[in-house]
Unconditional design. Structure first.
Length: 101
């Protein structure tokens, strides 16, 4: 899914009976030293959709393990922010928006 030695912390939720949505934390970008929370659709025939960057995120332990759940027609992802805020961050991704990718 990611050939750049990602940090990991994988999440998975089913989109339909042949498609899963997976999320993970990328390796830090060499230019910016920032990691990202990303997602991608993965199909049962071993093909995959394009990589979608959702948010900048700490690759350290302070971000915890991002959680992904399906809530009706949305995929909700939540994670802990890095210091000094340490607040909970959340993003909602519409099933309709993902369907068109």
């Amino acid at each position: 899914m990611d050939g750049k030695n990602p940090t990991g912390r994988v999440g998975l939720a089913w989109f339909d009976d042949r498609t899963a949505v997976i999320s993970w934390i990328t390796a830090p970008d060499l230019a910016t030293m920032k990691s990202h929370l990303v997602l991608r659709k993965l199909y049962t025939d071993d093909s995959s959709g394009r990589l979608i960057r959702l948010a900048e995120i700490s690759a350290g332990r302070d971000s915890g393990v991002p959680q992904m759940v399906v809530d009706g027609s949305d995929f909700l992802l939540a994670w802990t922010g890095d210091a000094p805020d340490h607040g909970v961050h959340m993003i909602s991704v519409s099933r309709d928006w993902l369907r068109n990718l």
